[in-house]
Design a protein around this ligand. Structure first.
Ligand code: S5P
Length: 384
């Protein structure tokens, strides 16, 4: 049985964003893609925070997703996280940490939420192999839910002093900040989203209230239907991003929903990989069980049996590009195909491009070339 579906080719991204069974994050992403007219994800495989943030800043307008490998950034820190979040809000793209989880549930929950990377705190999307079994999905999901709850929790502490000594409150003060709230090293930095307030009075019955709230993302409603309607026929408004009023549409769309999403590595781009056949089918089956969390797949062809999953494909290059490429591979197992092959012919949704852009002399111009090529391939598919 082929996993491909033929009718997926006929539905626009905006139409799919409205499917009743789609997850809020997948719906948001498909709408974002439609507005920016970009089905391009940048694989920002660089080694410093400065380079990562510069890439995000300069390429951000051309992409729908920025993919990171946080563990290859030499100086990864809270500054990296905050910088990325700031650019992703201003430039409107989702952040995808390419962690490729593959351990047992108990271990990966810690890997997802703890340590210097704390991925669940900042990455809208991450990915996993299904090798350990479907419990990998439920374990990541519950860790994501817990993290979101903690990130957005508001702590209000009221202390009533019964004594006459006004210093009592001073003594009580240090116990106010709750230790189970994930305070960041710069926890007094209001601009970055954490608000910490102490209201004190010196009166006999003193009340101290500490409010701690995170403003990483607000709970956004689903994309407005009117917006989706105006986007649902992408062929009517030309193929350049300049043809649509992107800033107003993005303002209308608002921030991403308060959610985390998972991509299952159902197929891989590297030569001789074992993610094929029954394994790929098992990934699709597992995804169907967790539609509220699994946003889609890392794959090489459309696995979109229900149309609500978003297919991401790495291993993409432009035919005419020479620099950094050795034929159609990198000599280390990677195989590159063109946007026309993967989007136009094989029906995937988003192309993931790393070195094709990173090794170019003019990265911005190259990102725009990839964006156009991938968007044209999508439009061509819709017309067929
Ligand atoms: O099968 C895969 C899955 C992934 S996520 N093949 C891949 O190449 N990737 C990732 O996509 C890989 O880790 C790298 O970050 C990116 C491809 O980079 P490029 O430089 O070859 O475009």
């Amino acid at each position: 049985m082929s996993l491909k579906t033929s009718n997926i080719q006929a539905l626009s991204y905006a139409d799919r964003a409205e499917l009743p069974s789609i997850s809020s994050l997948a719906s948001y992403l498909l709408t974002l893609i439609s507005i920016k007219r970009s089905n391009l994800a940048l694989s920002a495989d660089v080694h410093t925070t400065a380079e990562l943030l510069e890439l995000a800043e300069t390429i951000g307008d051309y992409i729908c997703v920025l993919k990171t490998h946080a563990d290859i950034i030499d100086d990864f820190s809270e500054r990296t996280i905050r910088g990325l979040q700031d650019v992703s809000k201003r430039k409107h793209f989702l952040i995808f940490e390419d962690r490729k989880f593959g351990d047992i549930g108990n271990t990966l929950q810690s890997q997802y939420t703890r340590g210097p990377l704390r991925i669940a705190h900042w990455a809208h999307l991450t990915n996993a192999h299904l090798l350990p079994g479907p419990s990998i999905i439920s374990a990541l999901y519950s860790a994501a839910q817990e993290t979101l709850t903690t990130l957005n929790q508001t702590v209000a502490t009221t202390i009533t002093s019964g004594g006459s000594d006004p210093n009592l409150l001073e003594h009580a003060q240090p116990s106010i900040p709750s230790t189970n709230v994930p305070l960041t090293p710069d926890d007094d930095n209001e601009e970055e989203g954490l608000v910490l307030r102490h209201h004190r009075t010196n009166s006999f019955n003193a009340t101290a209230t500490t409010t701690i709230s995170q403003t990483y993302e607000s709970a956004a409603p689903p994309p407005p239907p009117r917006l989706l309607k105006s986007l649902s026929n992408p062929l009517s408004s030309g193929d350049t991003a300049e043809d649509v009023d992107i800033p107003s549409a993005l303002a209308e769309l608002g921030p991403p929903p308060q959610a985390r999403g998972l991509l299952l590595l159902a197929q891989m781009s590297s030569e001789g990989n074992l993610a094929t056949g029954e394994y790929t089918k098992a990934c699709v089956e597992a995804a169907r069980e967790y539609k509220n969390f699994v946003v889609g797949f890392i794959c090489q062809e459309s696995l979109n049996t229900g149309k609500e999953f978003v297919n991401f494909t790495p291993g993409v290059g432009l035919e005419d590009e020479g620099e950094g490429k050795e034929g159609k591979g990198d000599g280390k197992g990677q195989v590159w195909r063109t946007p026309e092959e993967v989007v136009g012919r094989d029906g995937v949704d988003v192309v993931i491009v790393g070195r094709g852009i990173l090794k170019a002399k003019d990265r911005v111009a190259e990102a725009e070339r990839f964006r156009r090529a991938a968007w044209r391939a999508y439009e061509g598919r819709l017309k067929r």
